[in-house]
Design a binder for this molecule. Structure first.
Ligand code: HEC
Length: 143
């Protein structure tokens, strides 16, 4: 039988050892938690940036360039065109890039897609919608 101060549950020695272990582990766990949280945050932010759709910054220069084809075009109209596009043109497939098609192609594609939408009974793409979408894709595609 060992003396109480070594084996006993309530010995001061044991208490000190367990307290010491507790604090050390706590600190270790906290460190790991901190590193883990940091890692997760980095991974999430990388994913967020990588996965977020390419954002367009509409500038006055865009509006001026677009105004050659769409007289009086404003930045506000470009923003609205993109909003309508993002709402109505991503129902069946992902967003297509404006620069992947020429003006001539867009002028055929958009009405064709409106017909597809009508036939399939998804969100209707009205004439006004098409005009707004065309202003956006043609102006931003010709950057
Ligand atoms: C009802 C579903 C539907 C909607 C809504 C829709 N599309 Fe499509 N889109 C398709 C399908 C299906 C294709 C596959 C290719 C095809 O059939 O021409 C396609 C293909 C395309 C292509 C590739 C065309 C090519 O020749 O490579 C573009 C660009 C496109 N869509 C743009 C749009 C735009 C812009 C809108 C909004 C005005 C839109 N889509 C809305 C169904 C849709």
């Amino acid at each position: 039988m060992l003396p109480g101060y070594i084996s006993g549950q309530h010995s001061v020695f044991n208490k000190i050892v367990s307290l010491y272990t507790y604090f050390c582990c706590e600190q270790l766990i906290n460190n790991y938690k901190y590193i883990l949280v940091k890692k997760i945050a980095v991974i999430l932010s990388v994913l967020f940036v990588a996965c977020s759709p390419k954002t367009f910054k509409f500038t006055e220069a865009d509006a001026t360039r677009g105004a050659n084809k769409f007289p009086g075009l404003t930045v506000e109209e470009l923003k609205r065109g993109k909003a309508v596009h993002d709402e109505k043109c991503t129902v069946c497939h992902g967003a297509k890039r404006p620069s992947d098609y020429t003006e001539e192609q867009w002028r055929k594609i958009v009405p064709a897609m409106a017909t597809k939408a009508q036939e399939s009974g998804t969100k209707p793409i009205t004439g006004t919608d098409q005009d707004m979408i065309l202003k956006y894709v043609i102006t931003m595609g010709a950057k």
